[in-house]
Ligand binder design. Structure first.
Ligand code: PMP
Length: 441
C-alpha cells in the first residue's frame, strides 16, 4: 500500500478526497471481469471501470495493438498531417453509427467531445447563415463532463455554482423524472414523454431564430441511470427538426454496446445531428473520444455548402492528441473485439436476464427505486435522515468487502458491467449486492 503521506500527494476532487482517505482502496491489476486491489482482494467489476471498459480488462488483442503501435509510430501531428489509422478508424465509426453520422472528429475525453460538439453546432449555424442562433439548451440534472461548455449545458447545479456566468444563453429542459408514476418501471418508463414539449415553451420564450442546439444524454447515466420515457426522444427530434435546431446526443456512456446496439441513436431509432462519444471507444485503455457529425453538418462547415454568407467556416479546433496513434490502435482493436465476439448482440441478449435479476432486489431494505436499460442498472436507496449520500457510500464499502465493485452517486448504486459478463457473473453481482443491501443499516 502507498505510504500515508502519498495519499496527500494526489488530490482527488471534492468529498471523494475525504472519504477515500478514510478507507483507501488502491487497485493494482485488472483482468477480464475482475479487479485486484493492492491488498490482494479480488472484486468483480460491475461498473466496467467508469462505464468504459466494455470489452473487459486487459484484453490481449487490445494490449498487443497498443504495444505494437507504441513501437511503430508513437505520435503524429494531425494539424497539416495525418496518419492512416486515424482515417481507418473514422471510416469504421462512420459504418458503425446509423444513417449519415459519417464524419468523426477525435478528442481525448467525454468532456472534450462535448465542448467540441457545442462548438461544431454553433459553427454550423453560422455557416448556414443562422449566426443569430447562439443559445444552447441542456437538461436539468444532465451530466456532460467538466469542461466549461459541459458544466454550462449540464444540469447539475453544484458542478457549476463556483464558476461565474459560464456560457451565457443556456436554458435547461426539465428532467424526465416522473418518479412517483415510474417507480420500479422496467426499461423505458411509460410516463413523461410530454416533458419534451417544454422545449416548445423555451423556444416560444426566446424565438427559434436564437437557438443553436439541444444537448441531452439519451439515457441519463451519471445521475443514476434514467432511461427516457417512451416517445420522449422522438418528440425532441420532431421539435428540433421543425425549428432548425440541432440535436446532440451525449453518448459518452451509451455508445459502443452499452444498450446492446452501436449507440442510443440506433437503439431508439432516433437520428441526432451530432453524437458525442468516448469511454467505450477504446474500452477504457487509452484516453480517446470522438464526435460523430451528420453529412449536412460536415458539409456546411468543412465544404462551405451551407449557403450562408460565410461559406466554409475557418474553424480552428483540435487537440495536440486528436487521433493519437496509440488511441487509434486501441480503438480499432477494441471495435474489432466488439465485432468478433459479438459483444453488442451479447449485451442485447443478456439485458432481459440483467433486468430480471436487478428487479428481484425490489423489497430489499431501503430500496426505493430500481431502473434499467441494456446492461445498465441503478438501485436507489433512501437517504438517512439529514445525511444524504451516507448510506450509498456505506453500500459501496460493504460491496467492496463482498468482492463487488459498484459505483454510487449519492444514495444511488449504478452498475454497467463489461459486455463480456456471463449469466453466472450476473448472478454473482446480484447475489453480492443483495447481501450488501440485507446487511446495510
Ligand atoms: N458526458 C457524459 C454523458 C458522461 O457520462 C461523461 C462521463 N461520465 C462525460 C460526458 C465526461 O466524460 P470524461 O469524464 O471522459 O470527460
Amino acid at each position: 500500500l502507498a505510504a500515508p503521506n502519498d495519499l496527500e500527494a494526489f488530490w482527488m476532487p471534492f468529498t471523494a478526497n475525504r472519504h477515500f482517505k478514510a478507507h483507501p482502496r488502491l487497485i493494482a491489476r485488472a483482468e477480464g471481469m475482475y479487479y485486484t486491489l493492492t491488498d490482494g482482494r479480488r472484486l468483480i467489476d460491475a461498473t466496467a471501470g467508469l462505464w468504459c471498459c466494455n470489452a473487459g480488462h486487459a484484453r490481449s488483442r487490445i494490449v498487443e495493438a497498443i504495444q505494437r503501435q507504441a513501437a511503430e509510430l508513437d505520435f503524429a501531428p494531425t494539424f497539416q498531417w495525418g496518419h492512416p489509422l486515424a482515417f481507418q478508424l473514422a471510416s469504421r465509426l462512420a459504418n458503425l453509427f446509423p444513417g449519415d453520422l459519417d464524419h468523426a472528429f477525435f478528442t481525448n475525453s467525454g468532456s472534450e467531445s462535448v465542448d467540441t460538439a457545442l462548438k461544431i453546432a454553433l459553427a454550423y449555424q453560422r455557416a448556414i447563415g443562422q449566426g443569430t442562433r447562439t443559445r444552447l439548451i441542456g437538461r436539468e440534472r444532465g451530466y456532460h463532463g467538466v469542461g466549461f461548455g459541459g458544466i454550462s449545458v449540464g444540469g447539475i447545479v453544484k458542478n457549476r455554482m463556483y464558476f461565474g456566468s459560464l456560457l451565457t444563453g443556456v436554458d435547461h429542459l426539465p428532467h424526465t423524472l416522473d418518479l412517483e408514476k415510474n417507480r420500479f418501471s422496467r426499461g423505458q418508463p411509460e410516463h413523461g414523454a410530454e416533458l419534451a414539449d417544454n422545449l416548445e415553451r423555451i423556444i416560444a420564450l426566446h424565438d427559434a431564430s436564437t437557438i443553436a442546439a439541444v444537448i441531452v444524454e439519451p439515457v441519463a447515466g451519471s445521475i443514476g441511470v434514467y432511461p427516457p420515457p417512451k416517445g420522449y426522444l422522438e418528440r425532441l427530434r420532431a421539435i428540433t427538426e421543425k425549428h432548425g435546431i440541432l440535436l446532440i446526443f451525449d453518448e459518452v456512456i451509451t455508445a459502443y454496446g452499452r444498450l446492446g446496439a452501436s449507440s442510443a441513436a440506433e437503439y431508439f431509432g432516433v437520428q441526432p445531428d451530432l453524437v458525442t462519444t468516448a469511454k467505450g471507444l477504446t474500452s477504457g485503455t487509452v484516453p480517446m473520444g470522438a464526435v460523430m457529425a451528420r453529412k449536412h453538418v460536415y458539409d456546411a462547415i468543412v465544404n462551405g455548402e451551407g449557403a450562408g454568407p460565410e461559406k466554409a467556416i475557418e474553424l480552428f479546433h483540435g487537440y495536440t492528441y486528436s487521433a493519437h496513434p496509440l488511441a487509434c490502435a486501441a480503438a480499432l482493436a477494441t471495435l474489432e473485439t466488439y465485432k468478433e465476439e459479438g459483444l453488442f448482440e451479447r449485451a442485447a441478449e443478456l439485458a432481459p436476464y440483467w433486468e430480471e435479476r436487478l428487479h428481484a432486489l425490489r423489497g430489499k431494505p431501503n430500496v426505493i427505486d430500481i431502473r434499467n436499460i441494456g446492461l445498465m442498472g441503478a438501485v436507489e436507496l433512501s437517504a438517512r435522515p439529514g445525511k444524504p449520500g451516507e448510506r450509498g457510500y456505506d453500500a459501496m464499502l460493504k460491496a467492496c468487502d463482498k468482492g463487488l465493485m459498484i459505483r454510487i452517486t449519492g444514495d444511488t448504486i449504478a452498475m454497467s458491467p463489461p459486455l463480456i459478463v456471463t449469466r453466472e457473473e450476473i448472478d454473482q453481482i446480484m447475489d453480492r449486492l443483495g447481501e450488501t443491501l440485507d446487511e446495510l443499516e
